[in-house]
Write a protein that binds this ligand. Structure first.
Ligand code: FRU
Length: 537
């Protein structure tokens, strides 16, 4: 088959055909997970946007339902854009979404399940009193969208934020309501930032360190940390800060440990956008969904007939150091693991590769732990001018020899590694501390032309002296997506890649080391992954 067909993912969320973008209104209701998403029913390019709907009992196997929300009324006749679900008292879900109205204005509408006793919540009713929030006053009607899950406060009001901008001031405009129907704009935004441009898809939620994996959005108390995230239309990346919510003045205050702009923290340093979390009451955890767009050409999307996937749902919590979040594929993903191969206590010598044989490596899950304790002293010196990890990964690709590293995995590789995507670390020394750089280098991922192959990178906030020189990596490989979790989920990178030859049973997996120092693999396990039910395919 043409390579474009072999590039279809196996266990990532996607639609049988056509275009998908943002995850919408994820929720858990009476034992069932719902995921809605931005969908074009007619073509594998953006347009004609409706809310497609799928349900699941494990977030791994998905069944499709009829479209939940689609243009029918003056208040959404030109599109049903992104939004969120909130569970109201009495266990009643409500969706708030952005409608594109008759005058092409962005307005906020609500919709309720027609029949709460339908376990799948198949039909959604949009009351005629919509829109419930209109762009009034100084609000720009073409920059006013993507309401968050609402939270309830001690002032007996529901609150939601809506992404916006005023000139280049990014804004999370705050609205309040007693009954979810009549909404009033607060005097000040929950948060705003200069020179940000449009803030799409804001998200705002409380976070706690392990063992608490999450709490409901309405949990508010002194000392509780919050995460505020926006999708920056201008850079096409999601940025977040950790901070506190002053629930008296309704202000979010970032903790100041990371910049509150497009050089700040990211859930994922790769192809990952318009993400949204929800509180999974079933397992008491917060779960993050993100959209990963194609990196091939539009013409290839027409040939494939599909475009866009959702990344593997990730449990998300606050790191013990309080500075950032940690993410890990939800445990249900492990159900897909079948054939297992591995190696233990093996040295990867300078300039060598070790093939991990015995599984179909085009659809796999790999976990590896490295021991760097014997060489940490020999790390190269870090240059303080290296502030941009993505650029650094670009300058120091997988073939650029270093001291400790580059070392890691070659995934979706051919036998001769003429095609391969490198997932790797480099370790530098900065005074008494070490700096860990994590990269995805897809420059050799495909012999095909016309592909977008950016190198991605992030620093890993992890103390190697405390870990005894141990550093871990998990990589989910699924035909055209590589999703990596460094240092147990402290830094994540997702790439879309389209091998021409390293497809199906011809895809190989290697551990590699292009650093001067040898690296020890404590343990490496790779699993071939089953294909779940995925929306009928
Ligand atoms: C983000 C976004 C949202 C909008 C939706 C439209 O990708 O542009 O701001 O609601 O997609 O599909």
């Amino acid at each position: 088959p043409p390579a474009t067909i072999s590039n279809r993912t196996g266990y990532h969320f996607q639609s049988p055909k056509n275009w998908i973008n943002d995850p919408n209104g994820p929720m858990y209701y009476n034992g069932i997970y719902h995921l809605f998403y931005q969908f074009n029913p007619l073509a594998p390019v953006w347009g004609n946007i409706v809310w497609a709907h799928s349900y699941s009992t494990d977030m791994v196997n998905w069944k499709p339902l009829r479209h939940a929300i689609y243009p029918t009324k003056p208040f959404d006749i030109n599109g049903c854009w992104s939004g969120s679900a909130t569970i109201l008292p009495g266990n009643k879900p409500v969706i708030m979404y952005t409608g594109i109205d008759e005058q092409n204005r962005q307005v906020q509408n609500i919709a309720f399940p027609k029949n709460l006793s339908d376990p799948y919540l198949r039909e959604w009713v949009k009351p005629d009193y919509n829109p419930v929030i209109k762009p009034e006053g100084d609000i720009n009607s073409s920059a006013f969208r993507d309401p968050t899950t609402a939270w309830y406060g001690p002032d007996s009001h529901w609150k939601t934020i809506i992404g916006s901008r005023n000139g280049r001031l990014g804004m999370a405009v705050l609205y309040k309501s007693r009954d979810f129907i009549k909404w009033v704009k607060a005097d000040n935004p929950l948060h705003s930032a200069q020179n940000a441009g449009m803030w799409e898809c804001p998200d705002f939620f409380p976070v706690l360190p392990k063992p608490m994996l999450g709490v409901d959005n309405s949990v508010i108390r002194n000392g509780l940390k919050h995460v505020f995230k926006v999708s920056l239309d201008e850079t096409r990346y999601d940025y977040y800060t950790v901070g506190t919510y002053d629930f008296i003045h309704n202000k979010y205050v970032p903790n100041g440990l990371s910049p509150d702009n497009n050089t700040g923290l990211r859930f994922d340093y790769g192809n990952f956008y318009a993400s949204k979390t929800f509180f999974d009451e079933g397992k008491g955890r917060r779960v993050l969904w993100g959209w990963s767009n194609e990196s091939d050409s539009t013409q290839e999307d027409w040939e494939k007939g599909w475009a866009g996937i959702q990344t593997i749902p990730r449990a998300l919590w606050l790191d013990g150091n309080g500075r950032q979040v940690v993410q890990w594929p939800i445990e249900e993903v492990n159900k897909l693991r079948k054939k297992e191969v591995g190696i233990r206590r093996k040295i990867v010598k300078s300039g060598s590769v070790i093939e991990i044989k015995g599984i179909e490596a085009a659809q796999a899950d790999v976990e590896v732990s490295f021991d760097l304790s014997s060489s940490l002293e020999k790390a190269e010196k870090f240059n303080l001018s290296w502030t941009d990890p993505q650029k650094l990964c670009g300058q120091k690709g997988a073939d650029e020899k270093g001291g400790i590293g580059p070392f890691g995995l070659f995934v979706l590789a051919t036998d001769d590694r003429e095609e391969r995507t490198a997932v790797f670390f480099r370790i530098f020394k900065e005074g008494q501390k070490h700096v860990i750089l994590m990269c995805h280098d897809p420059t050799k991922s495909s012999k095909r032309t016309g592909l977008y192959k950016p190198t991605y990178g992030g620093f890993v906030d992890y103390d190697l002296s405390k870990s005894g020189g141990k550093l871990s990596l998990r990589t989910l490989i699924d035909h055209s997506v590589v999703e990596s979790f460094g240092a147990k989920g402290r830094t994540c990178i997702t790439s879309r890649i389209y091998p021409n030859f390293a497809v199906g049973s011809n895809a190989r997996l290697f551990a590699f080391n292009n650093g001067a120092e040898e690296v020890k693999i404590i343990e490496l396990t790779a699993w071939e992954m089953k294909k779940p039910f995925m929306n009928g395919i």
